[in-house]
Design a protein around this ligand. Structure first.
Ligand code: FE2
Ligand code: FE2
Length: 138
């Protein structure tokens, strides 16, 4: 999986969620560039740290919105988040511990997974973005 272009397909229509998704895509693209060039160093480590922090914060945001809207698919979506976050943490920790280059294969796997989650699983959240409960809090 190469550079991820930000397209309308990725827009969910919620400014906060879309901004978080955009930043995650930017970091994934930067990591892809670094891996392609076999670059490893403090800049790449900082990117991986930021990715972990952002993904964690983003998943918490979505989960809070789902709970507030009493979203029926909450548990399934949350479980997908837990598995994804653990994969991001494992990638960061293995690279820090073993001082390996970022493997393109591993990174591609993670990119595909995050991309599919944003394109498909997160699309289900569109129903709660316009819910009366959310409008009431706006
Ligand atoms: Fe998301
Ligand atoms: Fe999600």
């Amino acid at each position: 999986m190469q550079h991820i272009e930000w397209t309308e397909e990725l827009e969910l229509g919620h400014p906060g969620i879309d901004a978080q998704h955009r930043r995650i895509v930017e970091i994934l693209n930067s990591l892809h560039q670094a891996a392609s060039a076999h670059r490893t160093g403090s800049a790449e480590n900082a990117l991986l740290d930021e990715l972990v922090r952002l993904v964690d914060e983003h998943f918490r945001t979505e989960e809070a919105m789902m709970r507030a809207a009493r979203f029926a698919g909450y548990e399934t979506h949350r479980e997908a988040h837990q598995i994804l976050l653990q994969s991001v943490v494992d990638l960061r920790d293995s690279l820090f511990r073993q001082h390996e280059n970022i493997s393109l294969k591993t990174l591609n796997f993670l990119k595909r997974w995050l991309y599919d989650h944003m394109c498909h699983t997160d699309c289900d959240l569109k129903v709660i973005f316009d819910s009366p409960a959310r409008r009431g809090h706006a």
